[in-house]
Design a binder for this molecule. Sequence first.
Ligand SMILES: *[C@@H]1O[C@H](CO)[C@@H](O)[C@H](O)[C@H]1NC(C)=O
Ligand SMILES: *[C@@H]1O[C@H](CO)[C@@H](O)[C@H](O)[C@H]1NC(C)=O
Ligand SMILES: *[C@@H]1O[C@H](CO)[C@@H](O)[C@H](O)[C@H]1NC(C)=O
Ligand SMILES: *[C@@H]1O[C@H](CO)[C@@H](O)[C@H](O)[C@H]1NC(C)=O
Ligand SMILES: *[C@@H]1O[C@H](CO)[C@@H](O)[C@H](O)[C@H]1NC(C)=O
Ligand SMILES: *[C@@H]1O[C@H](CO)[C@@H](O)[C@H](O)[C@H]1NC(C)=O
Ligand SMILES: *[C@@H]1O[C@H](CO)[C@@H](O)[C@H](O)[C@H]1NC(C)=O
Ligand SMILES: *[C@@H]1O[C@H](CO)[C@@H](O)[C@H](O)[C@H]1NC(C)=O
Ligand SMILES: *[C@@H]1O[C@H](CO)[C@@H](O)[C@H](O)[C@H]1NC(C)=O
Ligand SMILES: *[C@@H]1O[C@H](CO)[C@@H](O)[C@H](O)[C@H]1NC(C)=O
Ligand SMILES: *[C@@H]1O[C@H](CO)[C@@H](O)[C@H](O)[C@H]1NC(C)=O
Ligand SMILES: *[C@@H]1O[C@H](CO)[C@@H](O)[C@H](O)[C@H]1NC(C)=O
Length: 814
Amino acid sequence: MEYWRGIFVFILLIFTSFSSAIKVSHDGRAIVINGDRKLILSGSIHYPRSTPEMWPALIQNAKAGGLNAIETYVFWDIHEPQRGQYDFNGNRDIIRFLKTIQDAGLYVVLRLGPYVCAEWNYGGLPVWLHQLPGIQIRTDNKIFKDAMSNFTSLIVNMVNKENLWAPQGGPIILAQIENEYGNVISSYGGAGKKYLQWTAQLAESFNLSIPWIMCQEPDAPQPMINTCNGFYCDEFTPNTNSVPKMWTENWVGWFKSWGEKDPHRPAEDVAYAVARFFQRSGTFQNYYMYHGGTNFGRSPGGPYVVTTYDYDAPIDEYGNRNLPKWGHLKQLHELLYSMERVLLYGDKADHQLQNNKTWATIYTLNGTSGCFLSNTDGYKDYNVSFQNNTYHLPAWSVSILPTCKQVVYNTAKVTAQTSLMVKKPNTAENDTDLVWLWLPEDIDDTIRGEGTFTVSQLLEQNNVTGGNSDYLWYMTSVSISKHDPIYSKQMILRVHTMGHGLHVFFNGNHVGSSYSSDGKQDFVLEVPVKISHHHRTNNIALLGSTVGLKNYGPFFDTIPTGIAGGAGGSVELIGNGNLTMNLSTNPWTYKVGLNGEINQIWAEDDIEWQYESIPIRSPLTWYKTTFSAPLGNNPVVVNLQGLQKGEAWVNGHSIGRFWPTILAPSDCGPCWYGGPYDPKKCATGCGLPTQNWYHVPRSILKSDNNSLVLLEEMGGSPFSVNFQTVTVGTVCAGVPMGDVLELECSSDSSISSIEFASLKPTNGTCGSYVGPSDGALLNYVQQACVGQTRCSIPVTPNLPGGQNGTILTVQAVC
Ligand SMILES: *[C@@H]1O[C@H](CO)[C@@H](O)[C@H](O)[C@H]1NC(C)=O
Ligand SMILES: *[C@@H]1O[C@H](CO)[C@@H](O)[C@H](O)[C@H]1NC(C)=O
Ligand SMILES: *[C@@H]1O[C@H](CO)[C@@H](O)[C@H](O)[C@H]1NC(C)=O
Ligand SMILES: *[C@@H]1O[C@H](CO)[C@@H](O)[C@H](O)[C@H]1NC(C)=O
Ligand SMILES: *[C@@H]1O[C@H](CO)[C@@H](O)[C@H](O)[C@H]1NC(C)=O
Ligand SMILES: *[C@@H]1O[C@H](CO)[C@@H](O)[C@H](O)[C@H]1NC(C)=O
Ligand SMILES: *[C@@H]1O[C@H](CO)[C@@H](O)[C@H](O)[C@H]1NC(C)=O
Ligand SMILES: *[C@@H]1O[C@H](CO)[C@@H](O)[C@H](O)[C@H]1NC(C)=O
Ligand SMILES: *[C@@H]1O[C@H](CO)[C@@H](O)[C@H](O)[C@H]1NC(C)=O
Ligand SMILES: *[C@@H]1O[C@H](CO)[C@@H](O)[C@H](O)[C@H]1NC(C)=O
Ligand SMILES: *[C@@H]1O[C@H](CO)[C@@H](O)[C@H](O)[C@H]1NC(C)=O
Ligand SMILES: *[C@@H]1O[C@H](CO)[C@@H](O)[C@H](O)[C@H]1NC(C)=O
C-alpha cells in the first residue's frame, strides 16, 4: 500500500513538474514565455497591506481588470522582526499570497529587495540591522551583505520548496534584486559599484532560470535587466538593446503624508501614459499600485506617511473598484492584448502628422497592422489626417486603431462608469451608544527614573528601540542646591531633539510636548520648570516618539531620531540669567516603549479598565469600547475624529496610527488631466483632516463584542468615534452613439433612481450634472435600470431623442 502510494506520488511529481514547467527568457523586444513573446500587464499588490481573506477578491478584481501578472515586494522587517526569529503568519504569509495568485492563473513578479522603499518603515529593512556594530546598509559592507544574503536565500528556498518559480511550474516569471539603486549609487562611490556587482552575483547564484530585473539602475550589469519607474516611461531606453523596454512602476497616483492632501491622478492621464509606452515599443508594464491598501500597525515609513495607502489605485484601499480608473484601463488592456502579436512581432514606423506633437505609429506584421495616433500637447486638440481620414485628437491623448481603420479607444475619452463612494452608518448599532472605558498610561516607574539600563550618553533613538516601539524614555536627575550659581526657582529645560515628537515630564508633571511639523526637521523645545524645594534631586523624564522611519535616499538609515546626543540632540537646564548646565553627559536611564505596549493591553482580557469619569484632552490615555460589526459585506471604516494622535487596535490587530487633528492645506486648484502629472495637481481633501477614516478589515471582526482600543498620546476625546461602511453611492457614465452605456452598483444594492439623462453634450461632473433631462429618455432609462444591480443601454438613434443625439449621459443613485 505505502509502496504503491509512493510510486503514485512520484509519478504525480514527475507529471506536474514536467508537464507545467514554464520556460521564461527574453529577447530585445519582450519577455518570452515558452518560446512566445508575451505582453505583460501587471499590477502591484503588497500582501501585508491587506489581509489573506481579502487576497482572492483583490486578485480576481485585478484579473477582471485585465492584468495577467501581480507584482509584490518581499518585506524583510515583517518576516524577521527580531534577528533570527521569523514570522510568516496571517498577512505575512507570502507563500499563501503567491499561491492565491497562482490559483487565479496569473503570473508573479517577485521583487526580493530586500530593500524595498515602498513608503514602508525603514524601506522594509529590519531596524535591528541598525544596531549591528560596524554595519553600513546598501553598500559593500560584509555585515549587511551577509544579512541580506541570508534573508534572500531564506525566501528563495521557501519558494523553491513550494515549486513556485516558473521553471518548476509555478507562477513567478521575473525576480528583482535591490531596488532603485541607481538613484543613490553615486553617493556610495566605489563601494556602491562593488555592492551593485555583488547583488547581481547573489541573484545569479540562486540559479533560478528566470530573468532578473533591477529597476532604476542604468549600471545594471548583464544579465540583469534595467527597467524604468515613473509617471511616464515612454522615453526610457534600457542600457542595452538585448533587453526589452520594461516599466516596473507606473505610479497611478501617489502616497500621502500627515499634513498633505489626497493625491489623484486622472484616469485619462494614466491611460495616456500606458498607451504612449506601448506606442513606443514598451512590452511590460506594472501599475504601482494596482491595490495600495492600508499601512497597518507601525508599517508606514516616510517619516510621516499616513495609515491609508490608497494611492488612488484602480482598486481602492478597501478592495472596491476605483471607477472610472479601473474600467478605463480595463478597456485599454483588452485592446492591447488584441494587438499582442503585431505589437510584439511587427515592424514599427512613425509618421509625423500635423506637427511634431502629433504622431502616428504603425505596427505591421504579415499584412496585419495596428496604429496609435498621439497628441502630446497638454492643452490643445488637433484634427489630423491620417491615411485619407481625419481624426480628432484631444489634448494629451492617444487614439488606438487596432487594425488602423477605426478609432476604438481614445485615452482622454472615458466611457467607463464613474462611481462615487459613500459611507453609511453602522446598521447593527448606534455609535452614540458606545460605552467607553479608559486607563491612564502607567508612568509611575519612568517619572521616577526607572528604566532598563543607564549610560552617560544621549543615544540615538532607533539604535535603542530597534524599531520595537515608537517610544523611548530618556530619564535623568539633577541636584541643584540653592547655593549653586545657576539656581533659580524657575529654570528652563531646553531639549534639542532630532524628532519626531517629544513629551517632557519634570518631577512627575507633564510640562510640555511638541512635534515636528513634517517629521523632516529637528526642533528645540524649551519649557519652564519649577525646581522643587521638596526634591533634593529633580527627575527629568523625556519621552521621544517617532512616526515612521525614513525609507528613501542615500544613507536614509543613518538619519538620527530622538534626543540623539552626538548626532545633534542635547538637553540643557538654563537658570539665573543665562547660565547653562549641559546634561548631555549625565547618567541617562532608558526604557523602550510604553507600559501599555509592553503589556499589550489591546490583547489582554483580564485588565481592569476604569469606567468612571472618562477623561478628555488627557495625554497618554488608553480608551476601550466594544462594538457590533455593521451588517452586510461592505468594507468597514472607523471615524476617529475627536482623537488627536495615537494608534488603534481592533480585536488585538493594530489598524494603524491615527492623527486626525493634522489638516491638509486649504488650497485645492482645478484639475486638468492634460500635461505632465505631479501629485500637487488634482488633489482633494483640502483643509480637511489628512485622515479621519481608518480601515477595519471585515476579516478581523466578529459579529458582536469586538474591541476597539485607542492609545491617545496627545489628549483627545473618543466620544465622536463611529463605525460606518463604504459602498457605491452615485454612478454616472457618458457614452457616445454606437457604444453601450453600463452602470453597476455594489453587489448588495440596486439602482434606486435616475437623476439625470441626456443625449446632448453635457457640462458637469458625476454627482453634479446640470442641464435639462429629456423626460421621455429619463423614463426609458428608469425602465431599464431602476431596481437592477446593473444595467446596459445600447446608445442608438432608437433611444427617445436619439435621432439627433451624440452622447448619452446618465447619473443614477444606488
Ligand atoms: C548603535 O549601537 C551600537 C552598539 O551599541 C554601536 O556600535 C553603533 O555605533 C550605534 N549606531 C549608531 C548609528 O548610533
Ligand atoms: C545567517 O544565518 C545563519 C544560520 O541561519 C546564522 O548563524 C548567521 O548568524 C546569520 N548571519 C547573519 C548575518 O544574519
Ligand atoms: C548554481 O549552479 C552552479 C553551476 O551549475 C553550481 O555550481 C551552484 O552550486 C548552483 N547553486 C545553487 C544555489 O544551486
Ligand atoms: C517642435 O516644433 C517646435 C516649433 O516648430 C520646435 O520649437 C520644437 O523644437 C520641436 N520639437 C521637437 C521635439 O522636434
Ligand atoms: C508571418 O507569416 C508567415 C507565413 O505565413 C509565417 O510563417 C510566420 O510565422 C508569420 N509570422 C508571425 C510572427 O506570425
Ligand atoms: C476639428 O474638426 C471639427 C469638425 O470639423 C471642428 O468642429 C473642430 O473645431 C476642429 N477642431 C480643431 C482643434 O481644429
Ligand atoms: C488614400 O487616397 C489615395 C488617393 O485616393 C490612395 O491612392 C491611397 O491608397 C489612399 N490611402 C489609404 C491608406 O487608403
Ligand atoms: C438606533 O436609535 C434609533 C433612534 O434612537 C432607534 O430607532 C434604532 O432602533 C436604534 N438602532 C439600533 C441598532 O439600536
Ligand atoms: C539671555 O540670552 C538671550 C539670548 O541670547 C538674551 O536675549 C537675553 O537677554 C539673555 N538674558 C539675560 C538675563 O542675560
Ligand atoms: C553638551 O555636552 C556634550 C558632550 O560633551 C557636547 O557634545 C554638546 O555639544 C554640549 N552641548 C552644548 C549645547 O554645548
Ligand atoms: C457648458 O458650458 C459652456 C461654457 O461654460 C457653455 O457655453 C454651455 O452653454 C454649457 N452647456 C450646457 C448644456 O449647459
Ligand atoms: C433633429 O435636428 C434637426 C435640426 O435641428 C431637426 O430639424 C429635427 O426635427 C431633429 N430631429 C429629431 C428627431 O429631433
